[in-house]
Design a protein around this ligand. Structure first.
Ligand SMILES: Cc1cc2nc3c(=O)[nH]c(=O)nc-3n(C[C@H](O)[C@H](O)[C@H](O)COP(=O)(O)OP(=O)(O)OC[C@H]3O[C@@H](n4cnc5c(N)ncnc54)[C@H](O)[C@@H]3O)c2cc1C
Ligand code: FES
Length: 517
């Protein structure tokens, strides 16, 4: 995690700046006292907000203004310029705002404003919403409910033993040892207490009784709900091979998993990473940062080719090789023993540690037993409602009708899960907000961030603009001439622009309601 908080630079905005320096639709980075402040102009309106994204400190002055919002170049959070509110994940906290005053043609930024108060409850206070899953979707749903004034009971049940945390970091800085443990929780336990969100950890649900609208935990505790959000995410696919259950063979989904790998990495000298997926390769990078010899084994010919295509996949391979990672592609591990992994060919690789990243499966057991409609995920409509009007679903396990292609899709991205949690919360409060966000994810390999917007399971052409090797490129994935997705390296603003263009495409779902269950 790199806190990009800009050191105050640019003009001192409390001394005033000539309005002519700020054209309509432009931003200017300056400061007030010790604080970096972003000045933005929309028509005759001037806004002054904090210049650092509240997610990881991304430089908002390098982001994109869209109407009266600013979007962060690093992971596409979106903030209201009027209120500072984080209107779209992954940021959760608002930006500070300053009072702006105009005197003739000069704009002065005055004192910092008090944060906007939480709106008064607008929903009945007698209801009860149960959120199952304390991950990306579940946590943002709980927060959004309170932020939008829901005054009923909110119960957040999580099988995890930790308060909701920053899962993407588990394979990045945390695993590499460059982010401390206190960066990982999304919130403190007090945050939930103060907002009346009843968070129960180590609470694994065993069944849902739809007729009586009750949910039962494995320990028998029952919870009544008026509305239920299913946000139980996905589980790692397990290896079935000799030695696959040995204690030095690890999976990575939870904070406990990451802690266990960190503990083992303290003494390991060599590791085998099974799977050249995003997570597998991020793990490889993190282990190299700990000076561990790393071998990546995968059946693919080129890592990440299925998602990113051959050019970016080959670049990622070379990037890892430059950092000392050894690839064994087009093959699989046949057996593991405490000191080594044996490939199908018989070749043996030293491995005091093995990390398996061969994909995940949506956690569908509860939904299946409850008789909800499934479609390679929990089938939801545009409003994230399942086939039961009292149950919504969001995150890795939900398959929804994509507004842009009309196809039903399920993705495994942090920001999508959070944004679905936000939309589901509003719809559980009775709104009818279709989920229309364009899928977005990022992946980090050493100092290289790959940003991806859209969704292309299959394409017939990839156009590369720029030089992949120079870490400065845009890959556009098309099918039938239509742009489905865009990946960028070193061109963050282009990623934001591509997201906006994809958002503005004609909405297919209106013509084809898709997988409405
Ligand atoms: C190591 C790692 C790195 C990642 N990096 C990135 C990245 O860089 N970019 C990106 O876009 N995405 C990334 N992802 C994917 C991203 O984290 C997921 O898409 C996202 O977390 C999905 O959110 P979710 O709410 O659906 O599920 P989760 O966040 O997995 O949350 C599911 C929750 O449900 C709980 N649960 C499960 N079953 C039950 C039950 N029966 N009863 C009660 N609770 C239950 C779990 O304990 C958990 O709290 C990464 C994932 C991992 C594991
Ligand atoms: S730093 Fe701004 S969205 Fe992550």
């Amino acid at each position: 995690m790199n806190d990009g908080t800009p050191a105050p630079s640019g003009p001192n905005l409390s001394n005033g700046i000539d309005l002519a320096r700020l054209a309509d639709g432009e931003m200017l980075l300056g400061y007030v006292g010790p604080e970096a402040v972003l000045l933005a102009r929309r028509g005759e309106e001037i806004f002054a907000v904090g210049a650092s994204c509240t997610h990881y400190g991304g430089p908002l002055a390098e982001g994109l203004l869209v109407k009266d919002t600013v979007r962060c170049p690093w992971h596409h959070a979106c903030f209201s310029l009027r209120t500072g509110e984080a209107v779209r994940a992954p940021a959760l906290n608002p930006l500070p705002c300053w009072r702006v005053e105009r005197e003739g043609g000069v704009v002065f930024v005055r004192e910092m404003l008090e944060p906007a108060a939480t709106p008064a409850p607008s929903a009945p206070s007698s209801g009860s919403i149960v959120i199952l899953g304390g991950g990306a979707a579940g946590n943002s749903a709980a927060e959004t409910l309170r932020r939008e004034g829901y005054a009923g009971r909110i119960t957040l049940l999580s099988a995890d033993d930790s308060v909701p945390y920053d899962r993407p970091n588990l394979s990045k800085d945390y695993l590499a040892g460059t982010a401390s443990e206190d960066w990982i929780p999304l919130r403190t336990p007090e945050f939930y207490l103060e907002r009346g969100i009843e968070l129960h950890l180590n609470a694994r649900a065993a069944s849902i009784d739809r007729a009586s609208r009750h949910l039962a935990l494995e320990d028998g505790t029952r919870y009544a709900y008026d509305t239920l959000l299913l946000a139980t995410g996905a589980d790692p696919v397990r290896l079935t091979l000799p030695g696959g259950e040995l204690p030095h063979v690890h999976y990575l989904r939870s904070l406990a998993d990451s802690r266990a790998i960190v503990a083992k990495a303290a003494t390991a000298r060599s590791a085998v990473v099974i799977g050249a997926s995003f997570i597998g390769l991020e793990v490889a990078a993190a282990l190299r940062a700990r000076n561990i010899e790393v071998h990546v084994v995968a059946p693919d010919a080129i890592p990440m080719e299925r998602v990113m295509g051959p050019e970016i996949g080959s670049f990622v391979r070379r990037l890892h090789e430059d950092h000392g990672v050894h690839f064994h592609l087009g093959t699989t591990v046949a057996a593991i023993d405490p000191r080594q992994a044996t490939l199908k060919s018989g070749e043996k690789l030293p491995a005091d540690l093995a990390v398996v990243g061969i994909g995940v499966r949506p956690a569908l057991g509860l939904a299946e037993r409850a008789g909800l409609k499934l479609d390679r995920g929990v089938a939801v409509d545009r409003y994230l409602g399942t086939s039961d009007p009292h149950i919504f679903a969001a995150g890795d396990l939900a398959r929804w009708p994509d507004a842009y292609t009309g196809e039903s899709i399920r993705v495994e991205h942090w920001v999508v899960a959070q944004r679905q949690g936000q939309t589901a919360a509003r719809n559980m409060m009775g709104q009818r907000e279709p989920f229309g966000a364009v899928p977005f994810f990022w992946s980090m390999h050493y100092d290289v961030a790959i940003l991806y917007v859209g969704h292309a399971e299959k394409w017939d052409a990839i156009e590369i603009d720029g030089q992949v090797e120079e870490k400065n490129c845009r890959a556009t994935y098309r099918r039938g001439g239509r742009v489905l997705a865009v990946a960028t390296i070193g061109r963050d603003i282009e990623s934001l622009r591509a997201e906006l263009e994809l958002e503005q495409r004609p909405v297919a779902a209106a013509a084809n309601p898709g997988a409405a269950p």
